[in-house]
Ligand binder design. Sequence first.
Ligand code: DQA
Length: 147
Amino acid sequence: FKVLVLNGPNLNMLGKREPEIYGSLSLDEIINDLVLRANNLDIELTHFQSNAEFEMIDEIHKAFQVVDFIIINPAAFTHTSVALRDALLSVNIPFIEVHLSNVHARENFRQHSYLSDVAQGVICGLGPIGYGYALTSAHQYLTKNLS
Ligand code: DQA
């Protein structure tokens, strides 16, 4: 199975950025752990991070008929981007939305997501292991639906 992990703006600053909210692990450390998990599950994992909305959209388009599942932390674009939502719908690839922090315990503007209602599931507030849980869930889904 092919799984694409997408991370949005400012997530390249993980480890340095508001560590009391986002923790001390860097994005590289989180992705390295995820790659190990993917190898154990026979999943081919690719990762892409960008601070630019159009680059994330282009990456989603490239995934069309290539990638089986997307795990996405859209970061601030969660709360702003109809375009990201439309991109995900346009390729018709199932996806899980992940947030490190519990967005529901934070500012009002973080309470709304343009993606959640079309996501297969949403994981938030569990820190980096949230990506791991998303991968386990993706594997279960793909085994059931794509084998
Ligand atoms: C985030 C939550 C968003 O509200 C925020 O803009 C981020 C990170 C998270 O992982 O907790 O950049 O997606």
